[in-house]
Design a protein around this ligand. Sequence first.
Ligand SMILES: [Zn+2]
Length: 540
Amino acid sequence: MRGSFDGSQVRAAENGTWLCNGAVVDGTGRPPFLGDVLLAGDEIKAVSAPVAEVDESDRIDCTGLTIVPGFIDIHTHSDVSFLHEPGAGSKVAQGVTTEVIGNCGFSPFPVARSRRDALEEFITGIGFPRQRVWWDDLAGFAEAVTASGPVMNVVPLVGHGALRIACTGSTDVHLDRADLERLAASLGKSLEQGAFGMSSGLTYVPSKFANLDELVRLGRVLAEHGAMYATHARATPGTEPFEEAIAVCRAAGVKLQFSHVALNDPKMWRRAPEVVALFQAAADRGLDVRYDVYPYHASASALTQYLPGWLQESGETGIREQLSSGRLYDRARRELSRGLFGAIPWDWSRVVFSFVDTGRPELAGRSVAQAAEALDTGPEDLCLDLCARYGNRVQVVLFYRDEADVEFFLADPLSIVGSDGSAMTEDAPGKPHPRNFGAHARLIERYVRARSVVDLPTAVHKSTLAAAERLGLIDRGRIAAGAKADIAVLDLAAVRERATWADPCRYAEGVRHVWINGRQVVAYGRTTGARAGRFLLRGR
Ligand SMILES: [Zn+2]
């Protein structure tokens, strides 16, 4: 799609901007080439060999810089953050121009009026303060986000947990045929309103209560709409989580996006090749299978996720009430002590508090083991006590992964890079996972430049066109004439993740310019204040 230079493009430049003489990495994965890129309106008008004659006033010199499509972060939890922080500082600073929300079963829609409270509490599980939900569905939420003036594009998935809460609540109920059809109809409505797919979160209440039949039934609805099934898989042993996801894909004929692939069980460490072989075998059989990965050897979530399911069914109040009974407390303690997801032996020195309510800042950055010792209590008792007091406002980072697996997944052609992070500002409380601030910068700094795990065009492809194709975003993710003008200009040698585990709330460096829908939102490393984002709806 590389355009050739002709006189008409010089005239077009009167109403556009030339990015001149940059190394263009166009998102397809092919090698960089030296070129000029003309932006006009909200589109890329032309891509050409360097042109000498462009008027100074219409040109931005990109000599020595790299022009890439803006990053499309296929796995984020920025859902409600756009309502509070529409400037999305941590993401813009990395050159991200599109956030895919609604992952891991969490989305702030649809809403059943009688269960508005339950949904509000549910979405605190992705790490944000409680958000009042005043809309009823995707259309209403899209309006709310649009009214906040988001800096970047937003692509919604609908969460299976949210669908289930709206239809049958948070409890572990068996869905009869009629329930299942109501759930399927509700999914259909979100898809008709423009959701790009559905995500499940099979370690979270209530998504975890779904059986294979339910997932396949919903998968068929997705397949009918040509939409994607993203899954945060169950924490079952060995390769079972991957096999279940592939089984849904095969039985429903739906395209599968396996979310944030990782091996958390030490028994599975260094076995990434086996997992990739499973995905590859499925792809070889003609199934539409991809997965995403984030470039860190640690995960993060609410601590409540690791409590027994029965304890979580009636929300924070239910946790508090049940733990006040001695008998249920003992049962919860016994079940929690069985390990991570009830199976992987706990090493409490690997579980680090990232945020514990606003009243307990001293805990952020300390491991559960350290904190329990200092407070002269047991780690399980400390966890139960904090969850009873603060519910989902207890967030942890878990160092339960092996770096070799991360690198193997990153290098595999089936992987796409998503952060699993949210848009935040540098004054975010606690010590959140650095992925919120640095995933895309880290990909370049560490896995392209320092470790040579992937080359630059491949890394850019995994963060742009590969994600766009997965979602069916036909006009984004590449530098080509006719594509939307979502662009980042990088000073490649200066791209650096400043976030660390100890000091995570630091914007990344090295992104010189960013355009979103043709408007410049970062110029010479500083945000311009332009709010150029669009809430994208499938088929619109
Ligand atoms: Zn997840």
